[in-house]
Design a protein around this ligand. Structure first.
Ligand code: HMG
Ligand code: MG
Length: 293
């Protein structure tokens, strides 16, 4: 039997959060609806974050209200604090994600809190979600390199991943935020994380600045990971990771996995249509954001 790999589509959130042009909510809704028709079972739609920090996603509630929900698809949102969680729930999010980092400096730039403080902020979000029966994912950013501190120790990644799981996160997504990791770095990082967290609780989240994301996914597959994040059309980047390019493209990962003999349940033509539309929303810009703090 073909072994299954699950792709988590993060394009509407990670893909669009960094776009300089304000994309109309109707276009974001159209993108999610196209993605819903491709066989994807998990779509990260938006973030309930401060509109001063991420202006592009200030329309989170409008987008959530406008999408056509397909049965069997889990529509999720990022929630940095209880306020974000409550707004996400009110909008009908099926799942939420908190987002930590393995680097102190990135954590402060991204969410205005160090690692320990950020985890303390996430605790009530995770508790509330569990009480409501809502799946919670925890991200760990900068799993190999931080834009402000350079190389990140694998042990630091393992520590944050373990703490998120111990707090009650159902899954941890390992964010290679800069998209410049080598397969050797990913291998060493995963070896450390897998000492602390079972493989079926992990997802890989690779940006593709250096064009090695598929190789890195291959390394993660060899370690047993079976959940990967990707963005249609390869859009994206974090506003607080200057110079980082988009996520690995969903359509490229789907093709790669098929070549490797894994099943994804995704419709190639539908993914190409979604990717074309996603790319049409994009505008050239330098990928930099100004820290509003
Ligand atoms: P803060 O300044 O410490 O928080 O920011 P605060 O509580 O003092 O609030 C500041 C302002 O935000 C206030 O408004 C609050 O009302 C408002 P003001 O008085 O300035 O008008 N506020 C909110 N508004 C809407 N929804 C909320 C909310 N909370 C506060 N939930 C905070 C802390 C976390 C809010 C801020 O830093 C923030 O929103 N950061 C978001 C950054 C972000 O979204 N980054 C991108 C996602 S992470 C990523 O891309 C990496 C990933 O893809 C993995 C990888 O690639 O590595 C996941
Ligand atoms: Mg990302």
């Amino acid at each position: 039997m073909t072994e299954r790999v699950t792709l988590v589509e993060v394009g509407p959130r990670d893909g669009l959060q960094n776009e300089a042009r304000q994309i109309p909510a109707s276009d974001k809704i159209a993108l999610v609806d196209l993605l819903s028709a491709t066989g994807l079972t998990r779509i990260e739609v938006t973030s309930f974050v401060s509109p001063r920090w991420v202006p592009q996603l200030a329309d989170a509630a409008e987008v959530m209200a406008g999408i056509a929900r397909r049965p069997g698809v889990v529509y999720s949102a990022l929630t940095p604090n209880l306020r974000g969680y409550q707004a996400a729930r009110a909008s009908g999010a099926d799942a939420v994600a908190v987002f930590a980092a393995a680097s102190e400096s990135f954590s402060r730039r991204n969410i205005n809190a160090g690692i320990d403080e950020s985890l303390a902020r996430f605790a009530p979000v995770i508790d509330a979600a569990r009480a409501d029966g809502i799946p919670v994912r925890g991200y760990v950013s900068c799993v190999t390199e931080c834009p402000y501190e350079g190389a990140v120790a694998p042990a630091a990644v393992a520590d944050v991943a373990h703490r998120l799981i111990a707090m009650g996160a159902g899954e941890v997504s390992l964010g290679e935020t800069l998209g410049r990791a080598t397969p050797e770095q990913v291998d060493a990082m995963l070896a450390a994380v897998l000492d602390e967290v079972p493989v079926d609780r992990l997802a890989g989240h690779f940006h593709d600045t250096a064009g090695r994301a598929l190789e890195n996914i291959d390394v993660a597959l060899a370690h047993g990971l079976r959940v990967f994040d990707a963005a249609a059309g390869g859009l994206g980047g974090c506003p607080y990771a200057p110079g980082a390019a988009g996520n690995v493209a969903t359509e490229a990962v789907a093709r790669f996995l098929a070549q490797r003999g894994f099943g994804t349940g995704l419709d190639e033509g539908g993914l190409e249509r979604a990717a074309d539309f996603a790319r049409s929303l994009r505008e050239d810009h330098d990928g930099l954001a100004t820290d509003p703090a």
